[in-house]
Design a protein around this ligand. Structure first.
Ligand SMILES: C[S@@+](CC[C@H](N)C(=O)[O-])C[C@H]1O[C@@H](n2cnc3c(N)ncnc32)[C@H](O)[C@@H]1O
Length: 399
């Protein structure tokens, strides 16, 4: 059933529908081809993924890199930058160009944001006694309340996003109580009161369910980490599947305007009417890791076809945190006894769709774990060239 809402400009190839057990979702309104771009979306809100106080001296911070405080492009050492006239913090006030600075001062780095971030950075109970995640959540709340002031309609869009079901806000209730007490002391402009605890909790749940990480540049020698988070009005409507049929590309360090736009491309062909899903994390996570992430962050248990199969495997990694599929394969052992061979054969048969997906669409570059999708057929690209959405490498598909 198609749903009426304010996403009219969504895309001509996607239809917004209600899907039982998932809320809203997007389906193909016509047959779609592998590589086809089905959505381009600009963020309604972005914020830095770095804590307010980077603890580099203790080796805790994962990156020494600096990014433009507005568009999050990498700032190359020695390149000309431009700074906020009222503050000089290297994470929050350095811009890659006078243009970014001028847009930021009227929008993302207003005097109120500038003052609020300085205030929070001096808030000892936040920066010295709380986990780094809490500091990043505080940044997000500043960005969200600023959005309410500079673009009330975008703030309404943010509030309208899914927050992980009716109990979504409860997952962050401790964080909400703590952050609300701190945020209430921010210097809100005259005539504007601090938001209620309920709004704070609701905003945190929107962030948890909808923020996409803009990753730091790929390196074969370092863990992937996030440089900034971005929330998109339309890309937030894609539901999750552990074997997705579309994936996201971004080109944060490329291009000029719109470098934080998200591009969603089809991984393979699908018929009209098929739901289009992304994977909310790298596809090579193990079953326990995926289930934990989905329950903790998004509030649901995944029952996609891949999870139905993998639920019957034995999972020995108790904490479910560290192992990817490749590592887990070694740990997964069928139960002892004469049925071993039969179980093994059944597993291998059931595995087939996964094996095919991993062989064809999982990037095999060291430390990458990205998904491969064909280049867009509309740009006169040679057929069968696959591009990785993490490391950006391309390879010709052997058919
Ligand atoms: C980014 S939103 C996706 C759009 C959302 N369904 C809506 O109505 O706006 C993420 C939320 O969608 C729901 N969701 C996404 N994928 C799902 C799935 N495979 N099974 C059940 N619920 C899902 C969960 O409530 C999740 O917190």
């Amino acid at each position: 059933m198609a749903v009426a809402d304010n996403h009219a400009a969504l895309s001509t190839v996607l239809r917004l529908v209600n899907i039982e057990g998932k809320g809203r979702g997007l389906v193909a309104s016509q047959p779609l081809k592998g590589g086809q771009i089905i959505l381009r979306d600009s963020p309604i809100l972005t914020y830095s993924a770095f804590p307010l106080k980077r603890l580099q001296q203790q080796g805790i911070c994962s990156s020494n890199s600096r990014y433009c405080a507005h568009c999050y492009k990498l700032l190359v050492t020695g390149s000309a930058t431009s700074a906020c006239p009222s503050c000089s913090h290297p994470d929050d006030a350095i811009f890659c160009s006078p243009r970014c600075q001028s847009v930021a001062l009227g929008f993302t780095h207003t005097p109120w944001v500038c003052q609020s971030l300085s205030y929070l950075r001096n808030c000892s109970v936040l920066v010295n006694q709380q986990p780094e995640e809490r500091q990043v959540q505080a940044r997000y709340l500043v960005a969200a309340f600023n959005l309410a002031m500079v673009s009330p309609s975008s703030f309404q869009t943010l509030i309208s996003l899914d927050g992980g079901g009716p109990h979504g806000g409860e997952r962050d209730s401790d964080a909400a109580i703590f952050l609300h007490s701190i945020i209430s002391s921010l210097p809100f402009p005259e005539g504007l009161s601090a938001p209620s605890l309920e709004i704070t909790a609701s905003l945190l749940s929107k962030d948890r369910c909808n923020a996409f990480g803009l990753m730091e540049p790929f390196s074969e020698h370092r863990e992937r980490s996030v440089r900034a988070y971005a929330i998109y009005q339309n890309a937030s409507l894609f539901n999750h599947d552990c074997l997705p049929n579309a994936c996201r590309f971004d080109y944060v360090d490329g291009g000029n305007e719109g470098n934080t736009d998200m591009v969603i491309r089809m991984i393979h062909d699908v018929p009209e009417g098929r739901e289009i899903c992304l994977s909310y994390f790298p596809v090579n996570l193990s079953y326990p890791q995926r289930q934990k992430r989905l329950l903790d962050d998004y509030g649901f248990s995944c029952i996609c076809d891949r999870c139905k199969i993998e639920a019957n495997w034995s999972h020995e990694d108790g904490d479910g945190e560290d192992d990817t599929m490749e590592e887990e394969d070694e740990e997964m052992s069928p139960s002892d006894g004469e049925n071993n061979e039969i179980e093994q054969e059944a597993e291998e048969e059931d595995d087939f769709p996964h094996a095919y997906f991993f062989m064809r669409f999982l990037c095999d570059k060291e430390n990458c774990g990205g998904t491969l999708a064909p280049l867009s057929p509309s740009n006169n690209n040679s057929p069968n060239i696959m591009e990785c959405n993490v490391c950006g490498s391309t390879k010709k598909e052997e058919l």
